[in-house]
Design a protein around this ligand. Structure first.
Ligand SMILES: [Mn+2]
Length: 561
């Protein structure tokens, strides 16, 4: 049992999290050291979807049916394919992994690949991290004699494919796991001898869970929490070399931020710039020298990816300035790189504080545009796209991220239809929310914290409960009874501030990212309350808590951010 998992949380920590029920859920998950609780597992095991899934996988192994595992080109899709294939192969299954290319196939099952696999003698297909929406392709596969199973977590359309689909959207007992999480669950249920596992399954599924940005409900949180602790000592050669090249060696416990900013982009660079097969090859590597070369290759692809992203982002931002009043942005250029559209859309959505779709010309079909959508302000993309699907060839994804395809000459009509759809949803949700003002709006409602209350206990408990997302947000509070000790600029372009606050006895450092405009208000000696967010930090391999400035409450009570 992990240290401190059963000790009751301090009153201070409970107060900082407003006694969220997530605190106890997380602690009890940790105390039981299990990914999914036994009662939920029993309910899943009894479901028809699981029984058919288990029977399918066992039949592949027992009858040595040549099976193609068709994944996706991101961390989740490739890790899921790697984990399931390695486990099945070790038990005698015959077959291979196929990961599509963004440039040749696009997202999801591909008719050409299915036809080719039939010619090559495959007799079954497992779609991983895709397939739920591929009704036509699955009908073709079945007509060609392939047995088909889908393990996926994408949102289903109105109709379902004609095969077994293991998807949390279709089985209420299943937590909202990503595909690698579903594969981990499947392997743990199917494996009679846990000692026969490779031992890296939990940390790799946890890494994929973090990469896929699924909500950190207790099951997903547990996987990520474990990955942060297990990855530093992973037995997987490829992961070891990847961590080294990501400058993450000699660290006992990672923060989610370290993996999200240093490791995951290097893995995703494979599918963005070349082929996600590189991720599977790296994770499967049995040779140190080979693993080192593969990690280096991912690092180089990531550097290339950064340059292309910056260039395409600048062009897209220039275009966005032309749509000042639009509630959402649709930007398009045939020259933009297919592999970075999602990152560019995310950056545009963040910078312009609006949902954004970024499109380029489809590499497969010259008359089509293909692109990525990223949400802002809680809008459900899938819902908003469903509201204008007449203008789209296809779309799919989740609330926060989605992919779209449309005819080039439908661009203007689509832009108009999507604007209407977004505006409709936003006005409906604005009236829903009126009754409920978020406590973050009125900072005087936030819990108060004094420097004298900050201790090693608080630090340990925050490390135990992290990582945070919308399910359990990082705690925000008012640091009171303090005045400014020092304030200096930070960062090459002096965009950040490094603030030292003191209560007269002890002092703390507060990081103010992109808040250099507050500098004139932070003269030494100024009394104020600092609204801060607390988050585990590992800067310089020193385990600590970062205090991130959200805003200031001045002595006369005004809120400034
Ligand atoms: Mn996924």
């Amino acid at each position: 049992m992990p240290d401190g998992a059963l000790a009751p949380l301090s009153t201070l920590t409970r107060r900082l999290f407003a006694d969220s029920p997530q605190l106890e859920l997380r602690r009890s998950h940790l105390a039981r050291a299990e990914f999914i609780d036994a009662a939920t597992l029993d309910a899943i095991a009894a479901s028809e979807a699981w029984q058919q899934t288990a029977a399918f996988i066992r039949r592949m192994i027992d009858e040595r049916i040549p099976v193609l595992l068709f994944g996706d080109y991101d961390v989740d899709g490739s890790t899921a394919a790697f984990l399931l294939f390695r486990w099945m192969r070790a038990r005698g299954a015959s077959g291979n992994i196929f990961l599509p290319s963004r440039f040749r196939h696009g997202y999801g099952l591909d008719s050409g690949v299915i036809a080719q696999s039939v010619e090559q003698g495959y007799r079954a297909l497992i779609a991983l991290d895709c397939g739920t929406a591929n009704l036509a392709e699955i009908a073709e596969a079945r007509a060609a004699g392939l047995d088909v199973l889908v393990i996926d977590h994408h949102t289903p359309k109105d109709s379902l494919p004609d095969c077994t689909v293991f998807n949390p959207h279709l089985l209420e007992q299943l937590p909202p796991l990503c595909t690698a999480g579903l594969v981990l669950l499947a392997i743990m249920q199917l494996e009679e001898d846990p000692a026969a596992l490779a031992g890296d399954e939990l940390e790799l599924a946890g890494l994929a869970t973090l990469a896929d940005i699924v909500p950190l409900v207790p099951e997903n949180w547990y996987l990520v929490h474990q990955a942060l602790r297990l990855l530093p000592g992973t037995g997987n050669l490829g992961a070891q070399e990847l961590l080294k090249i990501s400058q993450l060696h000699g660290i006992d416990i990672f923060t989610a931020r370290q993996l999200a900013f240093q490791v995951i982009p290097r893995m995703n660079a494979a599918g963005r710039m070349r082929s996600a097969k590189l991720i599977c090859d790296l994770l499967a590597s049995q040779d140190r020298e080979e693993a080192r070369r593969q990690a280096l290759q991912l690092d180089l692809l990531n550097r290339e990816r950064k340059e292309v992203t910056d260039d395409n982002y600048r062009q897209a931002a220039r275009q966005a300035l032309g749509f000042e009043d639009a509630p959402a942005l649709v930007l398009s250029d045939p020259g933009w790189h297919i592999g970075v559209l999602g990152i560019v859309a995310a950056r545009i959505a963040e910078q312009f504080r609006r949902p954004a779709i970024v499109l380029s010309q489809s590499p497969q079909e010259a008359e089509m545009l293909t692109g990525s959508a990223r949400s802002h302000g809680g809008l459900s993309l899938v819902e908003s796209l469903a509201g204008c699907s007449a203008e789209l060839e296809s779309f799919g994804g989740h609330a926060a991220a989605a992919g779209v395809k449309l005819k080039r000459d439908a661009l203007d009509a689509f832009r108009e239809a999507w604007m209407d759809s977004v505006a409709r949803i936003q006005s409906a949700s604005a009236s829903d929310e009126q009754a409920e003002v978020s406590p973050h709006e009125d900072w005087s409602l936030l819990p108060e914290l004094r420097i004298s209350e900050m201790s090693a206990v608080l630090e340990d408990e925050l490390w135990l409960l992290a990582p945070f997302d919308t399910v359990l947000p990082a705690p925000r509070c008012r640091l009171s009874g303090v005045h400014v000790g020092r304030c200096s600029y930070m960062g090459r372009e002096r965009t950040h501030l490094n603030l030292v606050l003191t209560d007269g006895q002890r002092q703390v450092r507060v990081a103010a990212f992109n808040m250099s405009h507050l500098q004139p208000r932070l003269q030494p000696g100024t009394s104020l309350q600092a609204v801060i967010e607390l988050e585990p930090d590992n800067w310089n391999n020193q385990r600590s808590i970062m205090l991130r400035l959200i805003g200031l409450i001045t002595e006369d009570g005004s809120q400034i951010s």
